[in-house]
Design a protein around this ligand. Structure first.
Ligand SMILES: [Ca+2]
Length: 141
């Protein structure tokens, strides 16, 4: 799960670089089950905090031959699964729509990394993240 050594993690932290790793899971699940899987096996469903992270996920999808993945954004009012507060959004107009409540990042047809909202009981592959919370866990020990 955590492939970098503590030393490498500490070096990354010291250099002030954000440390987030995205993991593509090639299993079809609804959003809630995808969230549970990510929380058990990694850290959480992915947050997408900026365009460069959106592009990292697109790259994972291209490599994996996948055209749509759940990410962590869902609503009551829109919020991220990991409670991060990023306001970055990348909707493909006319999304988001009224009654759909979880977010898929799409690379298909004319949509190149934009987001669509879908009912959360739909089945998609998904992208988990590992990152700063795990770093803190490691450093406490
Ligand atoms: Ca929609």
């Amino acid at each position: 799960m955590l492939t970098m050594s503590l030393k490498e993690l500490l070096i990354q932290k010291a250099m002030g670089r954000p440390f987030w790793r995205f993991i593509l899971v090639q299993q079809l699940m609804n959003w809630r089950n995808a969230q549970s899987f990510c929380r058990t096996n990694h850290m959480d469903l992915s947050s997408v905090r900026k365009q460069s992270e959106n592009q990292q996920i697109q790259q994972l999808m291209s490599t994996g031959g996948v055209t749509a993945v759940w990410i962590g954004l869902f609503r009551d009012s829109w919020e991220w699964s990991d409670k991060s507060t990023s306001s970055f959004r990348n909707w493909a107009p006319p999304e988001p729509q009224s009654t759909e409540n979880a977010t898929v990042l799409v690379i298909s047809g004319s949509i190149r990394g934009q987001w669509e909202d879908w009912p959360c009981n739909t089945q998609f592959t998904f992208v988990c993240q590992e990152g700063k919370s795990m770093l803190r866990l490691v450093c406490v020990k």
